[in-house]
Design a protein around this ligand. Sequence first.
Ligand code: ADP
Length: 641
Amino acid sequence: MPTETFEFQVEARQLLQMMIHSIYSNKDVFLRELISNASDALDKLRLEALRDDTLDADVSDLHIAIETDPEARTLTVRDNGIGMSHDEVVQLIGTIANSGTAKFLQELKQAKDEATAEGLIGQFGVGFYAAFMVADEVTLVTRRAGQGEGTRWSSTGEGTYTVEPVDGAPQGTAVTLHLKPVDQEDQLFDYTSRWKIREIVKRYSDFITWPVRMAAEAPAEQKEGEAEEEKAAPEPETLNSMKALWARSRDEVSDEEYHELYKHISHDWTDPLETLRMQAEGTFEYQALLFLPARAPQDLFAREHKRGVQLYVKRVFIMDHCEALLPEYLRFVKGVVDAQDLSLNVSREILQQDRQIQLMHRRLVKKVLSTVKEMMAQRPENYATFWREFGRVVKEGLLSDHENRDAILRIASFATTRDQEEPATLQQYVERMKEGQEHIYFMTGESRTAIENSPHMEAFRDKGYEVLLLTDPVDEVWVETVPEFDGKPLRSIAKGEADLAEEETEEAKAEREQRQEDFAGLLSWMTERLGEQVKEVRLSSRLTVSPACIVSDTDDVTPALRNMYRAMGQELPEAKRILELNPGHPLVEGLRKAQAERPDDADLAGTAELLHGMALLAEGGELSDPARFTKLMAERLERAL
Ligand code: ADP
């Protein structure tokens, strides 16, 4: 096959441009990325050889080698791992698989300053392409283990790359960087310098479980005039300790080392928010090192989001994204779990059934939840960041994890009417409940503003009741299944009767009964007129300013929840709702009088319809017949001129 030239995918091209123009200041990390890829390739080969004993591959001395040539100004990172076929090279190196790429690039374009741009890159992680921060040309020679022919890939990062077959390529992958000139200003160090390489590997890749070697420097005096046989091959130097961080005691490992492991596992370039260590001894021994990231990845809600921690058995890597160890609602947790007693060739199917895995799963969940609780008390800023980034996901656990529901409720916090900025925990809410208040009041909706301006809020605001403002889609769902917290029932202020726990005086009671009597005629007339749309028309105790609002019956499905189910392809039955009128509003009072005087006036029926339509609009709902609404409205406006 001759040399082929390909164009980079659009996103890949844009990303490469940014790498070439180096908007990321810590350029050293390119080496971490290449070593990380090489280490993954060695893991993959070892696993494949274990599963397939016909694989024609050499697994006798798996390692990573770094070679430098100061004169040619090249740096090569070589592994004898799984390698790539011709098609894999084109597919993996020429495109970016990350589903959040387009969004990420959009944000990057809009980034106002360098620090923001750098933060975004750090969050995204660019892997192999990081090589173009320090190199003006990159060549990759690879041969897939078990295959005969190798492939050479080469590019300057400017739009296209070439691919051609090569003979005699060793198994695995060698990435050769033709380094840009040294430029201290731009933090481009001499990456052919042995001490620089040593320093970078030690700092970023010490824990890599495969040896990272660098050929020893040839002694200078051996250059000329010496006999062949005297040139004993110098022993290569191993640069990393290869110690599994999770198996070492806490005081032996620095925070930076933990953070580098996190970056290796997660492909995130930003430090994690929290590091969690677990050591279980006894009949079922395991160690775990878990991380809570500082930022939610772009694809947290994408269907193809890969979740799960890495599974090791006795220090040997078994699999990435082990879903069986943590539930969906903790899908953002990264880390390593190393179990002593599992078989080396466990499969995903076996893991789902395994009792020990289930036990570990339970313990890991408890550990994560208790750590968040601890953050709440001891590191409130970290907790606030955590909840802002992952609260939406954690709340999914209120639906799926009954065992830990209470623990999840205790680490949750919510926006509240009490304070624009500070969210409240349920504990705090309960502690400051008003005298005689029995319920935890909340309202779900699109946004804080939409809820705060909704008519349902009026009496609660007037009387000084705190209301939780729930605006995440998942809130619509969990509030239906969580009945109470600490013995206090949760109650939507947009459902059922508003039962503000106020002592009613004799006088007020008499007044209310009188009002009920006065309005009885209007209510039954309207209930009949609007019977197609509403279940009932009644007087409201929750309105102070608006003439009317719509509420759902206590046990009925809300429109927002029905819409969510519809989006997932499931139809819930339509439930008619209740129209509540504010007897203190002049429009309602006027309608009452007019209806009593002229019960057959067809015009009043139109006003009743408008009242219902306005209540729907006030809660952000949709009119069933907007054209008719507009017509009725126009007639009345015209008359008022
Ligand atoms: P990431 O590592 O985040 O997936 P990269 O751009 O670094 O992204 O690499 C893309 C893919 O190319 C990897 O997922 C891997 O499949 C393949 N790859 C990269 N380096 C190597 C290597 N040294 N050996 C084998 N495959 C590799």
